[in-house]
Design a binder for this molecule. Structure first.
Ligand code: DX5
Ligand code: ZN
Length: 219
């Protein structure tokens, strides 16, 4: 893909009206719907599972960008593939050496596979895996909740990944997730990010469409 995309996170939506939230995001020009799955073990919060993803599929034609913040993702990917995830991303911290196998399992089902690194994980841990992936998800906050402050040092991971792609002659989507707003959107794109997740910034906006297009277009 590599075109600039805005993926609003529904973690900041009204959970009692999630279908309406994704319909509104589509109307307001979102490119992807970022679905934050939290299991209460990998992170303390519990959000929703594959049944929610399957229900949301009926409310939007946008790709569902499912972010698994779960332990043992290898045992959970089948449910999300069946639910209709278009991108399915898990955490390196949850899989370690098994990550390549999980990426292959996701891709073998025709779903785009993503691997995510939390702020304290060096991006070098996942560079060798990126040829088996469709996307690198750089966490710019500690996973587990929305509305946190952007962690500046994480941005260098996007630059390192782009250098790695150039050196090895291939390219992948680079997504950044957490604390993205009108102030830092231009900077993250300049660092090589092409998919921007934004929960709080989009859902607290008085004009969602304007905010989404600003995040996409700001240089
Ligand atoms: C945090 C989630 C992020 C977060 C983004 O664990 O992965 O997607 O909800 O929300 P904001 O944009 O509010 O930081
Ligand atoms: Zn996320």
């Amino acid at each position: 893909m590599n075109r600039i995309c805005i993926a609003p996170s529904i973690l900041s939506a009204d959970f009692s009206a999630m279908g309406a939230a994704v319909e509104q995001l589509q109307r307001c020009g979102a490119d992807l719907i970022h679905c934050d799955v939290m299991d209460g073990s990998f992170v303390p919060k519990i959000t929703f599972g594959a049944d929610m993803v399957a229900s949301l599929k009926k409310h939007t034609s946008l790709p569902l960008d499912v972010h698994l913040m779960v332990v043992e993702p290898q045992n959970k990917i089948d449910d999300f593939i069946k639910a209709g995830a278009d991108y399915l991303t898990f955490h390196y911290e949850a899989c370690g050496e098994r990550s390549a196998e999980v990426l292959r399992a996701i891709r073998s089902n025709g779903v785009k596979a993503g691997i995510s690194v939390s702020p304290d994980t060096p991006v070098e841990k996942v560079l060798p895996l990126l040829e088996e992936a469709d996307m690198l998800l750089v966490m710019s906050v500690y996973p587990g909740k929305g509305g946190q402050k952007f962690i500046e040092h994480t941005l260098s991971k996007a630059e390192t990944a782009r250098e790695f792609f150039a050196k090895h002659g291939f390219s992948r989507d680079v997504e950044i997730d957490g604390g993205i707003n009108e102030e830092n959107a231009a900077r993250v794109k300049a660092a090589g990010v092409n998919i921007l997740v934004a929960g709080n910034t989009v859902f607290r906006s008085p004009d969602m469409a304007k905010t989404i297009s600003f995040l996409r277009d700001v240089k």
